[in-house]
Design a protein around this ligand. Structure first.
Ligand SMILES: *[C@@H]1O[C@H](CO)[C@@H](O)[C@H](O)[C@H]1NC(C)=O
Ligand SMILES: *[C@@H]1O[C@H](CO)[C@@H](O)[C@H](O)[C@H]1NC(C)=O
Ligand SMILES: *[C@@H]1O[C@H](CO)[C@@H](O)[C@H](O)[C@H]1NC(C)=O
Length: 683
């Protein structure tokens, strides 16, 4: 979090500087009335100044040039977004060309192991929903398609930021190219040896500068943490007469595409555009008049002072944040000792001995915040020791969260926390040892290894696991003094004890919320694991009991189907959508076919059907329609009947509507502030 916000503040600083320089340049060269605009970030209302095609949106503080719409997979998409006013690029009569500078922040987030295709800055002859060529997805980057490629009637200029080598002429999967009416670039440069990797979900700043007088195009690309040197040296500098193939008025914008198995979110997080005015151009008055200088000098002074102030502010803020992190470490002990039934505090040397000095041979698993090792205490008791990565402020937060939340909880389906340790910067948590490891290893392993090892997850065991987790969650949500949201329910966080009972573990993200008095059963910050996150989490930007129920629903489906949400369903177009897959089978009345084939039809069909439908009910796109954990548990124990779910999976609609009878919910879900997508940190 700290790191992200640092990057963001740096980016905005760079931005401010840019805007300042560009405005100055603009003031010196031009008079009035040219195309100039600046978006340090994008708000929803900015969509009014922009023209978007299908698959393009303004959301999460950025332009989502190709994005997932509800119910449409992110594969095979192309989209464009333009500024609504045209740019007067050149003037035939006077034979003059405008200069412009388009500076923007690119953010590309791969969504699959093979990422692609890319994003480009474009100048086009027209704009509008229908002006994007059909079938311009995949390698065509939303610029042209197979039949229009190379045609001079396209009248399109593009600077592509390509993240996939899609044909022989492409340099690599990380390059910038100059495209004229065609996807076959006239000039291209790899970004790899410049230390930039477009597909790394980082902010990349790009400037396209065109000098209309000397007819030279320059492209600059650098990351927010690179020195300004990379700004002075363009990665591409070439003579180019845009007026030789573009009309006098053009539209400026972006296009992007995704491919078959190559998906990514193509975002523009900020955009500043300046241009010179050629409509009112007066050849005789090209210099800077003394009057202008008198206006300019005070403005420059004020701006420099402002910039200095901003810089000092940021430096001070960073320092303060660093101090806070240190304070947090100091407070760990106090916070933990203050919690009512404080778990045992271990000495570092005892835990070192127990784990063979953190011998990598003893590693049981790795998580986002560290490793888990097997250990043997002096009294011959086996334990699992979680060792947080050193020096992360998140580690300290997670440790406090774990020890203060589950340290006080006791339930047969929760992994028991035995103790903790904080010494010489080592953060450690000690749990009871689970001989059968985590659920994901057993349920998703290939070739039935578990069966070979004589450890078969038959239907009864799977049903038991689902019931166990339901009990644990009902206890967390409704059974203890303070309501606890787990926020990261997934197969790898479920442990199996020696009798194959399910135990919910990893409370690193858990948060308690008070239940007495006003019911605020939600917490700020988004966290969790993609695939298990309810659709509304991205919009409301926080966890709720309903998002926990959603993750539980995904877990049920996985355990019953024996499939990872990320597994491809051969022959079907489900991508990684286990919910759509099961819901479609439900529609055709064959839901029972979803059950893991490895079970060989050896299960109680009625019970299995009930479990699958409950899974779908928990994954209902409308959070108000999901059952509570209490109801879910009663359904599993047959004390309550299944809710009716529609045969077709309903579309996700936001804001969601509560069924009118259900007023108790009003408190919990209200449309919150949109949180930028970068905050989502999967673990
Ligand atoms: C390319 O786009 C044009 C214009 O949208 C369309 O008429 C044509 O059918 C497309 N070609 C292919 C191969 O899809
Ligand atoms: C760029 O980043 C992606 C994702 O982190 C990685 O898979 C790829 O190998 C990187 N490419 C280069 C050229 O470093
Ligand atoms: C995407 O396009 C390719 C051809 O370019 C096609 O084979 C594939 O079926 C399409 N995939 C989807 C999900 O539409």
């Amino acid at each position: 979090m700290y790191y992200l916000s640092k990057i963001r503040s740096l980016t905005s600083l760079v931005h401010l500087f840019f805007t300042f320089i560009l405005l100055l340049e603009g003031f010196l060269v031009t008079k009035v009335d040219c195309l100039n605009f600046s978006y340090p970030k994008f708000a929803k209302e900015d969509a009014n100044d922009l023209i978007t095609t299908n698959n393009s949106y303004v959301a999460f503080g950025a332009l989502q040039v190709t994005s997932e719409a509800v119910g449409i997979p992110i594969t095979n998409l192309s989209g464009r977004i333009w500024y609504s006013q045209p740019l007067n690029l050149w003037n035939r009569k006077k034979n003059i060309r405008a200069s412009f500078d388009s500076t923007f922040v690119i953010y590309i987030k791969p969504q699959s192991s093979t990422w692609g295709e890319g994003l480009s800055f474009i100048l086009t002859k027209e704009s509008g929903r229908d002006s994007i060529p059909d079938n311009s997805y995949g390698q065509w980057l939303g610029i042209v398609n197979a039949s229009t490629n190379g045609s001079s009637s396209n009248k399109i200029f593009a600077v592509e930021f390509d993240t996939r080598k899609s044909y022989l002429d492409d340099l690599d999967d990380n390059h910038v190219g100059i495209d004229i009416n065609s996807i076959n670039s006239v000039n291209q440069v790899s970004l790899t040896d410049r230390g930039i990797n477009l597909s790394q979900a980082i902010d990349v700043i790009a400037s396209i500068r065109y000098d209309g007088e000397s007819k030279i195009l320059r492209v600059y690309t650098f990351m927010s943490n690179q020195t300004r040197d990379s700004d002075r040296n363009p990665i591409i500098s070439m003579p180019l007469d845009l007026s030789s193939f573009l009309p006098e008025d053009v539209f400026v914008g972006f296009s992007a595409s995704t491919g078959v198995y190559t998906h990514q979110l193509n975002c523009i997080k900020a955009w500043t555009f300046t241009s010179t005015d050629i409509g009112n151009y007066n050849e005789n008055n090209n210099g800077v008049s003394p009057l202008r200088l008198w206006i300019l000098i005070p403005i420059i002074l004020v701006l420099v002072m402002l910039l200095g102030g901003v810089f000092v502010h940021f430096t001070w803020k960073r320092k303060k944040m660093r101090m806070q992190v240190l304070d947090q470490y100091k407070n760990i002990e106090i916070q933990i000792q203050n919690s009512a039934t404080a778990p045992q505090r271990f000495h570092l040397k005892d835990l070192k001995r127990a784990t063979g000095n953190f011998d990598p041979k003893n590693i049981l698993g790795r998580g986002g915040c560290g490793v888990v090792l097997k250990g043997l205490l002096a009294d011959n008791k086996e334990v699992a020791v979680k060792r947080f990565s050193k020096g992360s402020s998140q580690g300290a937060k997670d440790l406090i969260a774990e020890v203060t939340t589950i340290g006080n909880l006791h339930h047969k389906n929760l992994v028991k926390l035995i103790g903790w340790c904080y010494e010489s910067n080592e953060l450690l948590v000690v749990y009871e040892f689970m001989p059968n490891g985590s659920l994901d290893k057993l349920i998703f392993c290939k070739e039935n290894r578990e069966i070979r090892e004589g450890l078969s997850l038959n239907w009864e065991i799977r049903h038991g696991i689902i019931c166990g987790i339901a009990q644990a969650l009902d206890y967390l949500h409704n059974g203890c003094q303070k309501r606890v949201l787990h926020r990261d329910i997934k197969a790898s966080n479920i442990m199996l004890d020696s009798e194959l009972n399910a135990r919910l573990g990893d409370f690193g993200l858990a948060r308690t919320v008070q239940v007495n008095g006003k019911t605020h059963h939600s917490t700020k910050e988004i966290a969790g694991t993609i695939g298990y996150m309810a659709p509304e989490s991205f919009l409301i930007g926080r966890a709720t009991v309903e998002t926990d129920v959603f993750a539980f629903g995904v877990l049920i489906l996985e355990v019953a189907c024996g499939r990872k949400p990320g597994k491809q369903y051969e022959g079907n177009n489900y991508g990684n959508r286990i919910i759509e897959y099961v819901w479609d089978l439900y529609k055709t009345g064959t839901i029972i076919d979803a059950i893991d084939v490895r079970l060989d039809r050896d299960f109680d069909e009625e019970q299995a059907e009930c479990v699958l439908i409950l899974g779908l009910a928990c994954c209902h796109p409308n959070p108000y329609e999901r059952p509570s954990m209490k109801t879910a548990l009663q359904i599993l124990t047959k004390e309550s009947v299944l809710p009716n779910i529609p045969t077709e999976k309903p579309a996700f609609v936001w804001p969601a509507r509560a069924p009118s009878s259900n007023e108790a919910y009003c408190d919990s879900l209200q449309e919150g502030q949109l949180t930028p997508i970068t905050v989502l940190s999967g673990r």
